[in-house]
Design a protein around this ligand. Structure first.
Ligand SMILES: Nc1ncnc2c1ncn2[C@@H]1O[C@H](COP(=O)(O)OP(=O)(O)OP(=O)(O)O)[C@@H](O)[C@H]1O
Length: 643
């Protein structure tokens, strides 16, 4: 039984369905220790035969037997293992990976062996030393000569200690001195228990080996053993191999990114703009919302809400709020108290023959904040606190001097017999309040005003005081959930006062933020398309590299991981850069807004930052799906011959 046997190998290529027979029944046997040269006319099918032996091409008829075992039944996994473990390729054009150093080029093969990292490195250095490249291991392929490149290729082919070395015109691109040295190296390999098969056009090279096989018209027409086969050991040692690990793929991806640093920095920069704009929009939204809330809540107490009857569909409108409503609210969890109040529009005040129309007047309640009292005191019974605007109508120069003065308060009302009446009461000005509060009187004052005029009085809102800000929403939701029994299950109450405006305003701001972030999202889309394009170009650019890796026994899945890892890092680095830009912009804008309005307008939260990173990585990975699949599916022979 021969070590390697070819039995009746036929191979045809098809161009436009036309058959081109290249190999027409090849029968050959090889042993370890042989240095076989295959000679033949150009285009005679030598490379085709090497690809079949090397496990790069399984589309042939006939049998290739290794130690008597046919390769025909190999599945994809076994083919990969065969290329890794049994075959070492040396190509005419060296086929080194340009973005990896000399050492790393050899390490690619070694990383697929089960040696420890330390042993792998030691072996790579030892092999490079053996081929005379000790001083050059950290150089890149474009920094060494052709002869040196071929030595790297030899070191790489030997890395996983394969039993068969296939050298396709290894000296074709070299001068005579380098040719001699490479031949000597191949000699050594054959002496070292291996089968060396080399394709050559040179008789001189062929004469160097132990055997010359001549091909003519797709068949072997001559097979001469010109020297003794080198002696071999009975049990050659085999270096067990494994698939390229995930870590090695990731490292290779990073090395490729580093090699094309400028280009990658530009891509990362471009992609980061999209993430940055989305981040900034979200941050700005949070900031602006915070600012508006801050402004509003500096006017009203955020832990109190005003509740009124929901009046829209009732005729006549029922606006009365009763003590039982208040009691109901007081029982809600987290509510401290609930008090009746009264709000009226159409009131007028008169002082010294000057009239001032009041937009509204309301009874003192817990939504008002102590600091809203600008001057003087809160009103007691028989008193009123007026706004600065009203006070200025009566005393333009010194509105504060209105404090302590008596003014007449008028309010229109309706008697029981539907007869309109203007209720009137003299009130002492107790103080000046902020405009947002409107003039304030006490509940008792307004109640007695109605009583004195025989007009029925009924409160029209309840102020609900809640224990802390965080519970306001929950309480509001409970109040809004009460259904009106006589109005087909519609909501009975509505939140009024500034609190309700804040709610609506926040909804609008949130909406605006989403719209803006959506628009910014378009730049995200552009980033994604850019990454797709870049990866597609990268796959095309690296076609040869993919072919080399496949020839070395790297699996399809690992090729896919290689591109996916790169996309992952592009996404990750873009989002990190976007975060840096985002925080810089936040810092800049906030510095300005802090000094202008005493508030930080941009608030990029940790949640937004995480969202930015996740979305960037996800987009990049999605963008990588198609290109990485394309790379993995490439035919190794086509990839290797890609120009
Ligand atoms: N993918 C392909 N599709 C169609 N024809 C092909 C393909 N690859 C090779 N051929 C043809 O098959 C024949 C054998 O090619 P091959 O490369 O094996 O020859 P070779 O003996 O190695 O030639 P050379 O010594 O010039 O390198 C050639 O005529 C070539 O044009």
């Amino acid at each position: 039984m021969s070590f390697l046997e070819l039995k009746d190998i036929h191979k045809s290529y098809y161009v436009n369905k036309e058959e081109f027979k290249v190999l027409k029944g090849i029968n050959l046997s090889f042993e370890r220790g042989e240095f076989v040269s295959i000679l033949g006319e150009s285009g005679g099918g030598k490379t085709t035969l090497m690809n079949i032996i090397g496990g790069l091409d399984a589309r042939y008829t006939g049998e290739v037997l290794l130690n008597g075992k046919s390769l025909r039944d190999n599945n994809e996994k076994k083919w990969d293992a065969y290329r890794r473990e049994t075959i070492g390729f040396i190509f005419q054009n060296f086929h080194l990976i340009s973005h990896l150093s000399i050492l790393d080029n050899v390490m690619v093969s070694l990383e697929m062996t089960k040696l420890s990292r330390k042993e792998q490195l030691a072996r790579a250095k030892e092999l490079l030393e053996k081929v005379g490249l000790k001083e050059h291991i950290h150089k890149y392929p474009n920094q060494i000569s052709g002869g040196q490149k071929q030595r790297v290729a030899i070191a790489r082919a030997l890395a996983s200690d394969p039993e068969i070395i296939i050298a396709d015109e290894p000296t074709g691109a070299l001068d005579s001195q380098n040719t001699k040295e490479i031949m000597a190296l191949l000699d050594d390999i054959a002496k070292d228990d291996k089968l060396v098969i080399t394709v050559t056009h040179s008789q001189e090279v062929a004469n160097h080996g132990t055997r010359i096989v001549h091909m003519e018209d797709g068949q072997i027409d001559q097979d001469d053993h010109i020297k003794e086969t080198f002696p071999v050991s009975d049990n050659p040692e085999v270096l067990p191999t494994k698939r390229l690990g995930f870590g090695a793929t990731v490292k290779m991806a990073l090395k490729h990114m580093r090699y094309n640093l400028t280009r990658n920095i530009l891509i990362i920069f471009g992609a980061s703009i999209g993430i940055f704009s989305v981040l900034l929009m979200l941050g700005l939204g949070t900031g602006v919302k915070g600012y508006i809330n801050h402004e509003i809540y500096s006017q009203v107490n955020p832990t109190s809400v005003q509740v009124a009857q929901k009046t829209n569909s009732q005729k006549p409108a029922k606006t009365e709020m009763t003590q039982s409503d208040a009691d109901k609210f007081a029982k809600i969890k987290n509510v401290k108290n609930a008090k009746l109040g009264y709000y009226a529009s159409g009131a007028t005040v008169n002082y010294n023959k000057t009239n001032a129309q009041l937009q509204f007047v309301q009874t003192k309640n817990s939504t008002m904040m102590a600091k809203n009292l600008k001057k003087g005191n809160q009103p007691k019974s028989g008193e009123i606190a007026i706004t600065k605007a009203v006070a200025k109508k009566f005393n333009k120069k010194n509105p504060n001097q209105m404090i302590g003065k008596k003014i007449t308060f008028y309010l229109p009302g309706l008697k029981a017999n539907n007869q309109p009446v203007t209720m009137k009461k003299s009130l002492k000005v107790s103080g000046i309040v902020a405009d947002s509060n409107g003039p304030v009187i006490t509940f008792n004052t307004i109640k007695s005003l109605y009583k004195e005029n025989n007009v029925k009085f009924y409160p029209n809102f309840v102020t609900v005081k809640i224990n802390e800000v965080g519970n306001v929403d929950k309480v509001q939701d409970k109040i809004k959930a009460y259904k009106n029994s006589d109005n087909k299950g519609k909501a009975q109450y509505q939140i009024t006062g500034v609190g309700s405006i804040v709610d609506t305003l926040n909804t609008y701001i949130q909406l605006a933020v989403y719209v803006l972030a959506g628009i910014a999202g378009i730049s995200l889309l552009v980033s994604a398309i850019m990454i797709i394009v870049v990866l597609y170009i990268s796959v095309t650019e690296r076609t040869k590299e993919i072919g080399i890796l496949r020839a070395l026994g790297v699996r399809k899945g690992d090729i896919r991981n290689l591109f996916i890892s790169e996309a992952f890092f592009l996404g990750l680095f873009s989002s990190i850069l976007a975060l840096i830009f985002g925080y810089l912009a936040q810092w800049g804008i906030n510095a300005i807004s802090d000094s202008a309005i005493n508030y930080s307008l941009v608030g990029i939260t940790a949640g937004y930052a995480t969202f930015g990173i996740v979305i960037s990585v996800v987009i990049s990975l999605l963008a990588a799906l198609a290109p990485s699949r394309r790379a993995a599916k490439m035919d190794p022979i086509e990839a290797l011959s890609y120009e």
